[in-house]
Design a protein around this ligand. Structure first.
Ligand code: PMM
Length: 281
């Protein structure tokens, strides 16, 4: 899928490394909260093989409260400006149109909106005006109560239908087909069973005709799978190998990009998947 504006496919699944400039994100909250630490971490992710660095200033961990617009801008814009200045392809992880606009002005080359335009109705129009790729994620509501929305009859069908509706809406607001990347939103209003079903459903989601981004890294459904015999979930700090397995399988299933915290091994995994696929053809 090399049709996404300005970001080629390199003949393999791309790797998006995560820099959360937050005090409270699920797995790395507080680690890169300082501006220069965040920039250094972003550069390290690129050295490890990241194609894109995703900079976010608002935690979406389950139960998280929102930050103010001013706080979010102050967290992400300087980091995006510095990384972009170093030639890094930066994406901004935000649900706010004003942050997306400021981020693109600071050099961001992709807008990653976990709400798919639902949290801020101005977002699709603003992204349309920028012309940068737009990640439209499946989302049913803010983090404080998203778990209560994890109710489905047939999760893949419903995620697909709800994403298709978002696509119609963002297209109507002026976003072009070439800008759109879809993401099923693992863990967002989805329990572990739903997240596995969504991964198995990648081929059906790909039928929508847009590149797919998959964000499994360190999520709760991996910790649940790897729980101790007494049922205690595996901590996120020890679920990177499971993330890697998802990356290899998602790449094999046709994902356009994976969003991960630990870039190096995942960058290797997507190369393995690409070599395997090349050998098949
Ligand atoms: N997950 C998180 C944050 N942003 N963006 C996209 N497109 N897809 C995701 O799955 C996603 C995201 C939450 O993870 P983190 O708090 O560990 O970064």
């Amino acid at each position: 899928m090399s049709n996404v504006t300005g970001l080629g496919s390199e003949g393999r699944c791309l790797v998006m490394g995560v820099v959360n400039v937050t005090p409270d994100s699920f797995s790395d909250g507080g680690l890169w909260f300082d501006e220069s630490a965040a920039v250094q971490h972003g550069l390290e992710l690129v050295r490890d093989g990241a194609d894109i660095v995703d900079v976010g200033g608002e935690s979406t961990r389950p139960g998280a409260a929102r930050v103010s617009l001013e706080e979010e801008l102050a967290r992400v814009v300087p980091v995006i400006r510095a990384l972009s200045g170093e030639g890094v392809a930066v994406s901004v992880d935000t649900m706010r149109a004003e942050v997306a606009k400021a981020a693109v002005e600071a050099g961001a080359r992709l807008v990653n909106d976990v709400s798919g335009g639902l949290a801020d109705p101005a977002m699709p129009r603003v992204v349309a005006a920028t012309g940068v790729p737009y990640v439209v994620m499946h989302w049913r509501g803010h983090s404080h109560d998203m778990d209560s929305r994890a109710v489905y009859h047939d999760v893949v069908t419903e995620v697909r239908e709800e994403l298709a509706k978002r696509v119609d809406l963002v297209l109507a607001e002026g976003v072009t087909e070439e800008q759109i990347v879809l993401d099923p939103g693992l863990g967002f209003a989805k329990n572990a069973e739903h997240s596995w079903a969504v991964l198995a459903g990648i081929p059906r989601l790909a039928e929508l005709g847009y590149p797919l981004l998959i964000g499994a890294s360190r999520k709760r459904f991996l910790g649940r799978l790897l729980a101790a015999p007494d049922g205690t979930p595996r901590p996120f700090s020890r679920s990177d190998d499971a993330t890697l397995a998802v990356t290899a399988l998602a790449a094999q299933a046709g994902a356009w990009c994976v969003r991960v915290h630990e870039v190096g091994p995942n960058a290797d995994a997507v190369r393995v998947a690409a070599a395997w696929k090349r050998a098949e053809s």
